[in-house]
Design a protein around this ligand. Structure first.
Ligand code: BGC
Length: 717
């Protein structure tokens, strides 16, 4: 049972921001970082709500840090409790993955010498996603006197210094305090309301303080040694994305929540969590670290998963931090989505519908780039328009040009691939007919228009791109991009044939809308037949990552050990481009996704070549988990296990030093894939998923469930 808990028993201010990310809770509507109730200097408290973006000059648009519902302070005889004041005699923080409840217990001696036990618990209801709760129990050890609780919703929040909110209104109505605000550029209204009740203690007094930007409810009680007073704070939150009247909705929902009370709300939320785990849990017996790392990953995915909204998706840092500004990358479709397609297909469907609803943005992007069809944004937000910043700041303070938004094209095929995979797994023909087909056909249109005919070489080429390995930019004929583009075109043709059978009407509509003439389809076939896929010059099994890759200087990563940073930061952004060194799997990523198209020998040859040249420890966090999956599939189990642990430590141990900015969502999804497709060896056959397990030494059991075409398959390996 201990592998259902992420726990710390000492508090180290050095790891404050890292742990805030680790202890993020949420419910698929919002995510709240594990900052302390009552605050702490240097904290990066944030609550992010799906889809609530505001525009910012230069960086386009970002998810907005909403008013802080963790605003909750306890005063003991007038002295404020905070972890950096008085003396912490005993401390424990625990995230219960089974229920999504975060608790903190502290034995505290106030500066005046009073000793008390404080126990905080918080949850974001999975049963009622606009409802949040904090319970605080204060037990006196040797103190007699007044305990005061101040609970509000605080609009004193920003995104790393940038303020996104305009004040609209605040106040108190029938014991509820509320704050209403509006985003400055996108003009989205939001209201948070809260309520505070006390039980235990004596001589209770309730008041309201109308502090600017942070309406606050105050409740006091007198306590004696051995006595406990419990304060329950309930909060509701609604935005203009949910309703035309966020304030009414927040107050109404709060009245309802208050009538139910904290305990009943917890029971309902816990029950909702039990159902989630029933579908999604994976158990590894014999290896506590791996078991916990994987379950924690699934927890973090589940709290980010939009259950009731098909216009949002999971961002690269989920809702757990301001890193990457809440933007959605290929991380979502390629790394995260399979977990949902196989265990919670309604969620996968919502996430893919987000791509459907953002087709307009993808079409605008194609047009702006002189192409046809749909060209998905490398970084996507509310509308699907490109939101990748053009400039970034390197660790040394230098401005760096970021090209991904313009030339990292493969995302477009990755989205199409995910749509197809979802369909294959779920058999959701209605989705494919009504939405998926349009995505796959219009992305195919993009590829056919982007591929250029080079008559002198008798081939099509896709030039000036960035492949998955971002250490190299402006390359020609990246094999991952070209092969996935081909796959996209092939699949579009197959799908059109299917659609004509399934629904002649829909097929006719799309043929007209997307101008799918015989001529155009003939052109697609020609591109498929003659798109250049680079191989080693002398032929053989090796794919060449991009044209000219094998002519670059070779490198032995061992020569740079020990090191504590990426090869890019060692060699420089320009320097690294001269070498055969990869930020993350590129050719191997292709062989992983299109495994059915390649034989074992090809996979082995490319594995042997590219693995030693990939910066798996300090390159991209996307690398290790997929590397683990591929290694396990080849029977290289020990090696696979090493990569699996490397991935599993990314966030729990802050292995890359940047977890403070938010969780690495792709790694979470990659771990599931490594367990299921790698160690479990799951392959789809016409009869459903079939296992071919290759478990690491020490694993006594690997147990999970998958849903395939409406039927559950239990695997106990
Ligand atoms: C990786 C990309 C990834 C992005 C967001 C980059 O460092 O190279 O593949 O999509 O981070 O996680």
């Amino acid at each position: 049972m201990h592998n259902w808990h992420v726990t710390e028993t000492t508090f180290d201010p050095q790891t404050l921001n890292h742990k805030e990310t680790v202890f993020t809770i949420g419910n698929g509507y919002l995510g709240t970082r594990g900052a302390f109730e009552g605050g702490y200097p240097g904290e990066r408290a944030s609550t992010l709500v799906h889809g609530l973006f505001d525009d910012v000059p230069l960086v386009h648009t970002e998810l907005v840090n909403v008013p802080n519902w963790l605003d909750f302070t306890v005063f003991i005889a007038g002295e404020r409790f905070r972890m950096d004041r008085g003396t912490v005699l005993d401390y424990r923080r625990d995230l219960d993955l089974r229920t999504g409840v975060l608790t903190r217990t502290v034995r505290w001696q106030s500066p005046a010498g009073h000793t008390l036990d404080l126990a905080f618990e918080r949850f974001a209801s999975l049963a009622a996603e606009h409802v949040l709760g904090i319970r605080c129990r204060v037990t006196s050890v040797d103190f007699s006197g007044m305990v005061e609780f101040r609970a509000g919703v605080s609009g004193h929040v920003d995104n790393d210094g940038l303020r996104h909110w305009e004040w609209l209104d605040q106040g108190a109505i029938e014991g509820y305090a509320y704050l209403e605000v509006r985003t400055r550029a996108t003009h989205l209204d939001l209201c948070e309301a809260c309520h505070l009740t006390l039980s235990g203690g004596t001589e209770t007094v309730h008041t309201f303080q109308d502090c600017p930007w942070s309406p606050t409810l105050i409740a006091c009680a007198t306590l004696h040694p051995g006595e406990t007073v419990t304060a329950d704070k309930l909060v509701t939150i609604f935005s203009a994305r949910d309703t035309a009247e966020p304030r009414e909705a927040a107050l109404h929902s709060l009245a309802d929540a208050t009538a139910q009370g904290y305990d009943a709300l917890r029971v309902a939320s816990d029950a909702a969590w039990a159902a989630e785990w029933e579908a999604s849990n994976v158990t590894i017996e014999g290896d506590d670290e791996a078991d916990l790392a994987l379950r924690y990953s699934l927890f973090q995915l589940l709290i980010a998963a939009p259950r009731h909204d098909d216009r949002v998706s999971i961002a690269a840092k989920s809702l757990s931090g301001l890193g990457y500004r809440g933007h959605v990358f290929w991380d979502t479709e390629t790394f995260v989505l399979p977990f949902f397609s196989y265990t919670r297909s309604e969620i996968a469907r919502n996430m893919l519908l987000y791509r459907y609803h953002t087709l307009a943005g993808a079409r605008r992007k194609a047009q702006e780039n002189g192409c046809e069809g749909a060209m998905y944004a490398w970084e996507s937000a509310a509308t699907g328009d490109e939101t990748t910043p053009r400039w970034g700041i390197a660790a040394d303070g230098e401005l760096v040009r970021i090209w991904c938004g313009e030339i990292e094209l493969h995302i477009t095929a990755d989205v199409a691939y995910a749509v197809h995979q979802y369909w294959r797994v779920t058999g959701d023909d209605a989705f494919m007919r009504d939405y998926g087909a349009e995505i796959i056909l219009d992305t195919a249109r993009f590829w056919a228009s982007r591929a250029e005919w080079r008559g002198e070489r008798d081939r099509y080429e896709i030039n000036d791109v960035i492949g998955p390995d971002e250490y190299h930019d402006h390359v020609d004929n990246n094999v991952y991009t070209n092969r996935m583009a081909c796959w996209n075109l092939e699949t579009a043709l197959e799908l059109l044939a299917w659609l004509r059978q399934e629904s002649a009407e829909k097929a006719g509509d799309l043929e007209e809308q997307l101008d799918l003439t015989d001529e155009r389809l003939a052109h697609w076939r020609d591109v498929i037949a003659r798109l250049y896929i680079p191989h080693a010059p002398e032929g053989g099994l090796l794919l060449e990552q991009f044209e000219g890759f094998f002519a670059l200087k070779d490198i032995s990563l061992a020569d740079y050990e020990p090191r504590d940073r990426s090869m890019q930061s060692l060699l420089g952004i320009e320097g690294v481009q001269e070498y055969q060194v990869l930020k993350q799997p590129d050719v191997l990523m292709l062989l992983y996704l299109l495994a059915e198209h390649y034989d074992e020998e090809t996979i082995t040859a490319n594995w042997d070549y590219y693995t030693p040249r990939t910066d798996l420890t300090y390159g991209s966090s996307l690398g290790p988990a997929i590397q683990a999956a591929l290694a396990a599939q080849q029977g290289r189990v020990e090696e696979a296990y090493r990569y699996f642990l490397l991935a599993g430590r990314t966030d729990l141990q802050d292995a890359r030093g940047n977890t403070g900015e938010g969780i690495h969502a792709a790694t979470l999804g990659g771990l599931w894939q490594a367990a299921v497709f790698g160690f479990g060896g799951i392959r789809l056959t016409d009869e459903g998923p079939v296992a071919n397990p290759r478990l690491p030494a020490g694993w006594k059991r690997l147990k999970f469930r998958l849903q395939y075409r409406g039927r559950w398959y239990d695997f106990d390996l």
